[in-house]
Design a binder for this molecule. Structure first.
Ligand SMILES: Cc1cc2nc3c(=O)[nH]c(=O)nc-3n(C[C@H](O)[C@H](O)[C@H](O)COP(=O)(O)OP(=O)(O)OC[C@H]3O[C@@H](n4cnc5c(N)ncnc54)[C@H](O)[C@@H]3O)c2cc1C
Length: 237
């Protein structure tokens, strides 16, 4: 499949989020050719090209990887965006709650309730008891419903959308953003946000980008990334 055939592909994430590839510029060869411009050269055949790309990543000669860019349209709850925007090397534009009213189903319902980790104060591990989970799902649904009613009442009373959203349950609200990043900074994002200590929700987005877009579109880069950055045993051949 050529990289252009991936454009428009949408992958589901969490209960009702998704990632859609809007555009991609460049491929593994673009990285190799960017490095070879140093001596005005281009491709030297598959074996030599792949070897050079692995050399570049292994020795952190990173700028050629910035020649490849990905643009995604992403729907994710605010708790994911809250962490995603810390990555300053992404270029983002966001849906505005000042323009667009929220809908009744724009809220994140987790499929599990994770237990607080004892070893990592930021993290989670395992799941809570099923009986407690049932109760919490019901409470969350009720909370969302009640919040949305208050939001609608404020809108009906003539309050501006920018202020009526104070009634919405912040972290659970889904927003759609357009996000663009180059391959070097995408790898940095993936290495941090696919790690075991990243929050499960953003990890789901990072893993989806890695599996469904990064690996198929940049297969050599993904192989080198797995070997030298993720240090995956299966890639360490
Ligand atoms: C598991 C985890 C837990 C976290 N917990 C917290 C937390 O509790 N509180 C909190 O505030 N944050 C937290 N963060 C966010 C973290 O501190 C970083 O802000 C975030 O991971 C982005 O990393 P970055 O700056 O390397 O990435 P980017 O912003 O994408 O930057 C990439 C690289 O570019 C360079 N760079 C970019 N901008 C600048 C700049 N202005 N000056 C110098 N160098 C720059 C740096 O080398 C940087 O590593 C957490 C992150 C993770 C992964």
């Amino acid at each position: 499949m050529s990289k252009n055939e991936w454009i428009g592909t949408r992958v589901e994430v969490l209960d009702q989020g998704w990632i859609e590839l809007q555009d991609v510029m460049g491929d593994d060869l673009a990285i190799v050719n960017a490095a070879r411009v140093s001596f005005m050269g281009e491709s030297k055949g598959e074996e030599a090209d792949k070897k050079l790309l692995f050399y570049l990543l292994r020795h952190r000669h990173t700028s050629p990887f910035e020649q490849v860019e990905f643009k995604f349209r992403v729907r994710a709850p605010l708790l994911v965006w809250w962490q995603w925007v810390r990555h300053r090397t992404w270029h983002v534009n966001a849906q505005s709650g000042r323009y667009t009213p929220f809908q009744e189903n724009d809220f994140y319902h987790p499929i599990t309730w994770r237990r607080q980790s004892e070893s990592n104060k930021q993290g989670s591990e395992g799941e809570i008891d099923p009986a407690d989970a049932e109760r919490l799902w019901a409470s969350l649904a009720e909370h969302y419903e009640h919040s949305f009613q208050l939001y609608q009442q404020a809108l009906e009373a003539g309050v501006a959308k920018e202020q009526a959203r104070l009634f919405l349950p912040g972290f659970g609200v889904y927003y759609t953003w357009i996000c663009k990043v180059d391959a070097h900074n995408l790898m940095h994002f993936l290495s941090l946000r696919m790690a075991a200590d990243a929050q499960a929700e953003i990890r789901a987005y990072a893993q989806a980008i890695y599996r469904h877009f990064f690996k198929p579109i940049l297969p050599w880069t993904a192989e080198a990334f797995a070997r030298y950055v993720l240090k995956e045993a299966s890639a360490a051949t």
